[in-house]
Write a protein that binds this ligand. Structure first.
Ligand SMILES: CC(C)(COP(=O)(O)OP(=O)(O)OC[C@H]1O[C@@H](n2cnc3c(N)ncnc32)[C@H](O)[C@@H]1OP(=O)(O)O)[C@@H](O)C(=O)NCCC(=O)NCCS
Length: 179
């Protein structure tokens, strides 16, 4: 487990698959992701089996929060696209339980992911791509120190509209564990 103040990261389990499918079929959750078609348990099982074959540092982690009865999963977070020479990777996050949006959990998860990336995996650069029509995610990344570095114009087409894709990154030397 990787522990933050209110959250922890754990490895995803097979038993989580049905929950992931529910999250990925929620149009509001999916709007920020590059997913446009309905997700099935069979497809997600296939994804899960392939995911386990990836190097462990590239496997997503499940975000959990604690309540009176124990730890509850609320989403997934992870790093992918590692470049071993440049010591870089790309981040991704999904809080699938919408009741937990806008309470700082995404910010805390990204903070913990950056700490993990820089202090455990010894990365030098962590980047993220975000759709310009996702102000909640953009704000969340800005709060933990991601810097805007570029924009792919009209790179995503969703609900009949083209949106820009923003590129953001954090470099090890400008990052502090305090966030
Ligand atoms: C994006 C996501 C990770 C953010 O997590 P979260 O826990 O909701 O975010 P936080 O509460 O930590 O921070 C959200 C910030 O955005 C702000 N915000 C929310 N809606 C906003 C809006 N429409 N415009 C501007 N800011 C907004 C919040 O007020 C908060 O900022 P503040 O703390 O300064 O008030 C989460 O909502 C999510 O997983 N969404 C669905 C999947 C997704 O879009 N993933 C990202 C792909 S790049």
């Amino acid at each position: 487990m990787i522990y933050g103040d209110r959250i922890r990261f754990r490895a995803p389990e097979k038993e989580d698959i049905a929950m992931f499918v529910d999250w990925l079929n929620d149009p509001e959750v999916r709007a920020g992701l590059s997913l446009f078609l309905p997700m099935s348990v069979a497809k997600e099982e296939h994804w899960f089996e392939n995911m386990l074959k990836r190097p462990q540092e590239e496997q997503p982690m499940t975000i959990e929060v604690q309540d009176e009865v124990g730890w509850n999963p609320i989403g997934n977070v992870g790093l992918f696209g590692f470049n071993d020479i440049s010591r870089s990777a790309e981040a991704g996050i999904m809080i699938g339980e919408k009741a937990y949006w806008d309470q700082g959990y995404g910010t805390e998860a990204m903070k913990l992911l950056l700490k993990h990336g820089f202090e455990t995996l010894n990365l030098n650069r962590i980047s993220i791509q975000v759709f310009a029509n996702n102000p909640r995610a953009i704000r969340c990344y800005e709060k933990v120190g991601f810097v805007h570095e570029g924009r792919s114009r009209q790179a995503i087409f969703t609900d009949g509209v083209y949106y820009d894709v923003l590129w953001m990154s954090v470099i090890r030397e400008e990052w502090t564990s305090e966030g």
